[in-house]
Design a protein around this ligand. Sequence first.
Ligand code: PAZ
Length: 338
Amino acid sequence: MSNEEVQSEAFSAESYFATQPPPASLEEDVARAREFIQKQISQGRKVVLVTSGGTTVPLELNVVRFLDNFSAGTRGATSAEYFLKAGYSVIFMHRQFSLQPFSRHYSHSTHPFLDFLDVDDSEEPAQIDVKAAEHTQLIEVLSQYKRVQKAGTLHTLTFVTVNDYLWLLRAVSQELVPLGRLAMFYLAAAVSDFFLPRQKMSEHKIQSGKGSLHIEMDQVPKILKPLVNEWTREGYIVSFKLETDETLLVPKARKALARYGHQVVIGNDLHRRKFEVVFVSPKGGRPVLDENGEAEPDPSQFAESWVHIDPATNPTREIEEDIVAELVRRHRVWTGES
Ligand code: PAZ
């Protein structure tokens, strides 16, 4: 395909996957995920696919520079733990080196593990101890981690680029089809809206001699559309919407629900996301959108509920506990259990 052809193309999901190459590890990743899913099916478990962390957009084929975003993966890693506690099996699809369930409690930047160890080198061999103040939390985290390891209910997949993410999401969601309504999708990753198609990338490091850098990026296809309509028809799909202008949260969440037809959008403001989110969902059937999909859908078609926690009165409480409890309840209704 020539550059001109690529430039004029608005990427649909179909044209995206027809023109952008899959990551080298895809087949192996999918085979491992399939094995995990089959085991969970044989044990009658519900499975949630949690996506977490940010995607990168490489600017060169021999990549030196890339665009990234702020997400540390806190939402995804924390939620994965609460889903495991609630009895779900979890496929944790996360950005390489972002936070992970359990180990997140000992992140190198907020709680480095060397700081909670003591060494006594007065004897040979030297002894290492965990500081007394750290015992309670470490025992709790470690016990849960070991329990999950023993039960084999957590499976981890990694992505780096937005391309890795899209290919993995498509493949894993197709593997989840046999679970029908027992599958949940919890799409908390911060996925780039723009990317540079492979055909437009410079092969080598972009040189700085020519003054300012102009890059025109293409829009990443709206992946929720094929996810809902083609890749999984019965899974319970929860997407996240991040905004920095809080007044946009609910209108944009409504629009996404009307456009894609999934079950819940959780809206969060960048600065308030750790203690406030809003659940937006259709009240009845699929909300109606105007013909060209531009006008605001009628608000009476949607229900909203806000979840708040108060960090001043309860600094250790995590909002993900409330988010997951609410989703577990809604998913039960979806599967016909209540
Ligand atoms: O990873 P984190 O805890 O720092 O942030 C979580 C989040 C804000 C990325 C997530 O809650 C979210 O909104 N994800 C979707 C972002 C988007 O609109 O693409």
